[in-house]
Design a protein around this ligand. Structure first.
Ligand code: RFL
Ligand code: PHB
Length: 390
């Protein structure tokens, strides 16, 4: 098999890159380790920045997003038992975010790819990258137990944090930066109307909580939990009781409970690998950087990498210029680090850190008070939350 760009991973990064390149007349093949149903079954992100929405539109995949996506012009911070609204639109000259599940983004991209007749190999096992330091890279893999090779001009590693692409880079060529937080998020998805029409981020002395949603009839809630917590220890009833306890009285009274459709624990981590290019291999999305979900930036960062990388490859094939691919790593990383900073800051502000003691909690409360009483402080949060420009 031969193609122009081999893409490893059919998550949002790989699918979006595939669609943008396809529309520019550049041929791609995607190799995905899992089945399409498995990929669609992973419940993850929910908040899209305007830049991400525009990129999905450029990929021609925004028809359902325009109808079903929920624009949010504000976000709420709850602390000391009281809720305060940050008016995102007023603080950013009219910018908003859109609540639309990652599973839906993925489904729309998969359908567009199938309709365009572009090739995706699901359940591709043993993916192995070779020769990306030379002119003709090759990807080896097994499909149905049969060994296959994919020759290409470039490889885009979009295979997530545990993917093979980053691990294929020779030791010493990569510098990594990491912080692992001493807690996780226990998430619950249920077909109940959201407790509030906008998101609520909660600082409670017993731990962070978040009220989010997927639609007017489907809610997504999170609770800070111990890093080694077991999901089996959390009955639906225990989850709802603990969530209600952490909310302000109005949200607690509005909370509608129901059976969980999904319940899972995610660890929290900050991670960056540099650079994002090794000869003819590029890294994009979670394979190269992880943020704790507090700032809702993971999927949006995958999209911004894809923005820079797709422009670079389109310039290369269209104009024969390598300027974009040479600049890719530096351009993408500049934005990555700003989102790393914001996600780390939101996490530090809202979670319970036992090691920081009562002093640490009071400092958090003072900063939250400052945020909701100073237009300058609120504007900084808002500008980052809606997404910095590409
Ligand atoms: P993905 O989505 O992990 O996709 C990578 C794909 O590569 C495949 N793969 C391989 N394929 C072939 N060969 C191999 N050796 C392979 N190894 C792996 C995998 O099967 C997979 O299909 O990475 P991508 O595309 O970079 O996308 C990143 C986003 O998924 C991620 O950043 C977000 O989900 C993070 N995130 C959030 N981001 C936001 O922007 N807003 C949010 O509100 C938000 N909430 C969240 C989140 C992540 C969460 N968890 C579970 C970590 C909430 C949570 C709880
Ligand atoms: C979600 O809806 O899953 C979600 C929303 C906001 C976040 C993280 C996750 O910051």
């Amino acid at each position: 098999m031969r193609t122009q760009v081999a893409i490893i991973g059919a998550g949002p990064a790989g699918l979006l890159l595939g669609q943008l390149l396809q529309r520019a007349g550049i041929e791609t093949v995607i190799l995905e380790r899992r089945s399409a149903d498995y990929v669609l079954g992973r419940i993850r992100a929910g908040v899209l920045e305007q830049g991400t929405v525009e990129l999905i539109a450029r990929a021609g995949c925004d028809a359902r997003l325009r109808v079903e996506g929920l624009p949010h012009a504000g976000v709420n911070l709850c602390f000391g038992g009281r809720r305060h609204r940050i008016d995102l639109a007023a603080l950013t000259a009219g910018k908003e975010v859109v609540v639309y599940g990652q599973t839906e983004v993925t489904r729309d991209l998969m359908e567009a790819r199938a309709a365009a007749g572009a090739r995706t190999v699901y359940e591709a096992a043993g993916v192995h990258l070779e020769g990306f330091d030379r002119a003709r890279p090759v990807v080896h893999f097994l499909k149905g137990g049969i060994a296959q090779t994919l020759e290409c001009d470039f490889i885009a590693g979009c295979d997530g944090f545990y993917g093979v692409s980053r691990q294929s880079v020779p030791e010493g060529a990569l510098e990594t930066f990491e912080r692992v937080y001493p807690f996780g998020w226990l998430g619950l998805l249920a077909d109940v109307p959201p407790a509030n029409e906008e998101l609520i981020y909660v600082n409670h002395e017993d731990g962070f909580a978040l009220c989010s949603m997927r639609s007017p009839t489907r809610s997504r809630y999170y609770l800070q939990c111990a890093a080694d917590e077991k999901v089996e220890n959390w009955s639906d009833q225990r989850f709802w009781d603990e969530l209600r306890r952490r909310l302000d009285p109005e949200a607690a009274a509005a909370l509608v409970t129901g059976p969980a459709l999904e319940k899972s624990i995610a660890p929290l981590r900050s991670f960056v690998a540099e650079p994002l290019r090794f000869g003819r291999l590029f890294l994009a999305g979670d394979v190269a950087h992880i943020v704790p979900p507090t700032g809702a930036k993971g999927l949006n960062l995958a999209a911004s990498d894809v923005h820079y990388l797709s422009e670079a490859l389109i310039e290369y094939y269209g104009e024969g210029s390598s300027a974009g691919i040479d600049a890719y790593s530096t351009r993408a990383l500049a934005r990555v680090w700003k989102a790393e900073r914001f996600s780390w800051w939101m996490t530090s502000l809202l979670h319970h850190f036992p090691e920081n003691g009562r002093f640490g909690h009071r400092i958090q409360l003072a900063e939250l008070e400052y945020l909701v009483s100073s237009r300058a402080a609120a504007a900084s949060l808002a500008e980052n939350y809606v997404g910095l420009p590409f």
